[in-house]
Every structure is written in structure tokens, then in C-alpha cells.
Design a binder for this molecule. Structure first.
Ligand SMILES: [Zn+2]
Length: 451
């Protein structure tokens, strides 16, 4: 085991230093000017949503489209490579009996079962993180820099990876201890109680996320620029959101992506904008994006998604109940795994989980995409900024493919495509032209961003 590990460490060091030297290129900053509402999208008797959409689409230079298509389509392959790579690691740990050896070591250190589970988890996470590092490094660092989306140099990026690892050690250990305790005590019904426990853990994780987890990676502050907060809070109050705060996060520490989100559960639920959106978005665009986020809030998309995942977990644990028995009957002895209550079974759990969630990708994407579509429609109605929303869709095209095929969208997209978002905006605008025609004050110019 030592020899193998040394080889892996050398490989990782080679990958880090070999590849990081190729990273000196400057970030590609997109330069699409989208402050002008295109002529075909301005209110007129001949307003046509399709033509208005095409006029917006035509604002994106072909080179930018090619770049974001390549980035996004590469993401499809990464889903596949991530799956294969993770599966290979699991099979390696089982077949070389490294998993059994980690369990043996944990048993030599302590006689307490729950502590053995935690010690096993520590070894498991460190080893799989090390083995998975080359792909993680390519995906999270090299590729993000290549497409001009990353702002972090290597060591700050590694710092964030380290924080993530530490959180994984703590929260993962708690989850593993809880789940194995359930499996060992309830040999017939653990799949039901496992689902309950996993859902409980998910709720805790979502609830503490914005308050305890996010601040570990980014500075989260209350936004206090009245020019931005006043229209947002008015929109919030008009739509039954009882908040007086909007939060901002310094996402520019890691990325050039513009985004905003709703996070938390119950008392910790809140809307956060990232500083890239604040810096580069026009007020109309910020309002359009906030209208969308408020849609998630008002329509309870977080609790609904938790419920959806609870159902998914139930299927997963039921499948696991049978899958583990079947696999252990065939290979348990060879892998030196004593049963489902033995922590050494974990690579097998992750292998089966990987297969299950990989196959489920289109389903989970579709569940999220349906919520996103609802939020889009809510946002158009709440913010009444169709041009701002079209502008946001174009900004997001820096990292999302704008015009996918029908099935491509259904399988791989967890948001409506940029084309769909602009088209919805223009259909909405076409049905509400009177809002934009008043006294010839219609905005043919979106307010340029502050900087
Ligand atoms: Zn959304």
C-alpha cells in the first residue's frame, strides 16, 4: 500500500506543477455590449417575439458562442468521466482490499464501533481525494482558467479545496457514524430509516449553509446601496417576502460568473447576489435576476427539492438494500467485507450510488429545470424587466450554451437555455407592450453598469 501511495503522490505533484506552469494566460473577459435594446426588440406595432429574440441572440459574437458551447459541451463529457473515474477508484479500493485494510487499521486503533466508522471515513476521504485529485484539478482549476472563468491562482484555490476537505471530514464522519449505527441496529428496515436520516442531514445542511458554510469560503455582507436595495425590497414586499435584507457575496474571489441564489431553510432562508452581478449588471438586469430568485423563494422551491430528494433517497436506499446483498454474496469474501454494517463496504456504496445518480442525471436536471422555468416566469411578472432578463441570459451565456437541441436541453440542462429565457422575455414583452410605450419614454437603452 505504501509503494502505491508514493507513486500516486508523485503523479499528483507532477500533475500540479506540470499543468500549473501552463496557466499563465490572462482570463478572457467577455466584451459583449448589451446595454442597447436591439431595434427588433423595441416596442412597435410590428413587435415579434421571435424576431426580437433573434436580434438579442445576434448580439453575441460567434467566437463567444463557440467558446461557451465548447465549455458547456465539455461539461457533458465531464459528467461521464467523473462517473467512470470515481467508479474506477471504488473498484480499486475494493479489489486491492485497501478498503478492508483501512477498516483493519481503524479496528486496531479503537474498539468503539462508532469511532472505527469515523476513522475509516477519515482514511477513505483522504485517499479518494488524493486519487481523485488529477481530475478535480483539471475540472476545477485548469479548465476554469482556460475559459477565463476562474480568478484564483493555484494556492488560494488549494486553500478552498482544503477547507472543503475539512468540512467533508467533519460532516461526512457524522453522517457515516449515524448511517452505520442505523444499519447495524435495524438489519431489515435500515433502508427506510436511512432515508429518514439522509433527509434530516440534508435539511440541516441546507439550513446551516448560508450562515455557517458559505462564510467559510466567501465574505457575506448585507447589501446597503439604496439604489439597488430599494427596488429589490419593494419587489420583495409586494410579493409577500417579509425581509429587509439582501445579501451580497464576494464570489469574484473565485470566479467571473454572475449569479444570485436563494439558500437556507426556514429561518435562514435568504437571497444573495454575487458581486460580479452587482458590478457588471445594469439595474434592470439586477431586478430581473432578483425577480427570478424571489420566484424560488415564494414558490418554496427549496422545500420542494428536499422532498423530491427524499423520494430519490428512498429509491436509492431500497436499491442499495438489494444491491449490497447481491454484490456481497458474490464478491464479499474476495473484498474481505463482512457485511452491510462493515465500514469497508463504503466503496461499494459509492460505486452503486455513482451508477444510480449518473443514470438519474436527466431526471434531477429536469426537476431543477422545471423550478427554474417557474422562477423565470415569476421573475418576469414581478420585475417587469424583460430586456433586463434578456441581458442576464446573454451574460450567463459566458458559461452556458445558448441554443441547445431539444433533447440536449432535456438531458443536460438544469436551467432553461439562454435562447428559451430570451424568448420567454420577448413573448412577455410582446403581451405587455403598453408598459414600454408610455409617452415615448420607452427604454431603448438599458442603464449601463456602474463600472
Ligand atoms: Zn434559479
Amino acid at each position: 500500500m505504501k509503494l502505491h501511495l508514493r507513486g500516486i503522490v508523485l503523479l499528483v505533484l507532477f500533475a500540479v506543477f506540470g499543468l500549473s506552469s501552463a496557466q499563465a494566460q490572462p482570463a478572457i473577459q467577455p466584451t459583449v455590449d448589451i446595454t442597447q435594446v436591439p431595434v427588433a426588440a423595441q416596442p412597435s406595432e410590428h413587435f415579434n417575439a421571435d424576431a426580437a429574440t433573434e436580434a438579442y441572440m445576434a448580439m453575441i459574437p460567434p467566437a463567444a458562442t463557440a467558446r461557451s458551447n465548447a465549455y458547456f459541451e465539455g461539461g457533458y463529457w465531464l459528467i461521464f468521466w467523473d462517473f467512470l473515474y470515481a467508479s474506477a477508484i471504488c473498484l480499486l479500493l475494493l479489489n486491492l482490499r485497501w478498503s478492508a485494510k483501512m477498516r483493519d487499521l481503524a479496528e486496531r486503533i479503537t474498539r468503539f464501533k462508532w469511532l472505527q466508522d469515523a476513522l475509516y471515513w477519515g482514511q477513505y476521504l483522504l485517499l479518494t481525494s488524493l486519487l481523485g485529485f488529477p481530475l478535480e484539478f483539471y475540472e476545477g482549476y485548469v479548465r476554469e482558467h482556460k475559459y477565463g472563468l476562474a480568478t484564483q491562482s493555484f494556492w488560494p484555490w488549494m486553500g478552498d479545496e482544503g477547507k472543503g476537505l475539512l468540512l467533508g471530514l467533519i460532516f461526512g464522519a457524522l453522517a457515516v457514524m449515524l448511517l452505520f449505527a442505523i444499519v447495524r441496529r435495524l438489519s431489515r428496515s435500515w433502508w427506510i430509516w436511512g432515508t429518514v436520516a439522509m433527509t434530516g442531514l440534508l435539511i440541516v445542511q441546507v439550513a446551516i449553509g448560508p450562515v455557517f458554510i458559505q462564510p467559510i469560503f466567501n465574505k457575506v455582507t448585507r447589501l446597503n446601496d439604496p439604489k439597488i436595495t430599494v427596488p429589490i425590497l419593494r419587489m420583495a414586499h409586494a410579493n409577500g417576502i417579509p425581509t429587509n435584507d439582501v445579501y451580497q457575496t464576494d464570489a469574484s474571489r473565485q470566479t467571473t460568473r454572475m449569479s444570485a441564489n436563494v439558500s437556507g431553510f426556514s429561518n435562514t432562508m435568504r437571497i444573495t447576489l454575487n458581486d460580479n452581478l452587482l458590478r457588471r449588471g445594469s439595474p434592470e438586469e439586477i431586478q430581473a435576476v432578483m425577480g427570478h430568485e424571489m420566484g424560488h423563494y415564494v414558490m418554496n422551491h427549496i422545500p420542494k427539492t428536499i422532498f423530491f430528494l427524499a423520494v430519490v433517497y428512498l429509491f436509492f436506499f431500497a436499491g442499495l438494500f438489494w444491491g449490497l446483498q447481491w454484490a456481497l454474496k458474490h464478491w464479499g469474501e474476495r473484498w474481505q467485507i463482512r457485511g452491510v454494517g462493515d465500514p469497508a463496504v463504503l466503496p461499494l456504496v459509492f460505486l452503486l450510488g455513482g451508477i444510480f445518480f449518473f443514470m438519474l442525471t436527466p431526471v434531477t436536471n429536469t426537476e431543477i429545470r422545471m423550478h427554474e422555468k417557474e422562477a423565470d416566469m415569476f421573475g418576469l411578472n414581478a420585475a417587469r424587466q424583460p430586456d433586463g432578463f434578456a441581458q442576464a441570459a446573454i451574460h450567463l451565456s459566458e458559461y452556458r450554451k445558448m441554443r441547445p437541441g431539444k433533447w440536449e436541453e432535456r438531458i443536460f440542462f438544469d436551467h432553461p437555455s439562454g435562447y428559451d429565457r430570451i424568448h420567454s422575455s420577448m413573448v412577455w414583452k410582446g403581451e405587455n407592450l403598453e408598459l414600454f410605450e408610455k409617452a415615448h419614454e420607452q427604454p431603448t437603452m438599458l442603464t449601463p453598469a456602474a463600472h
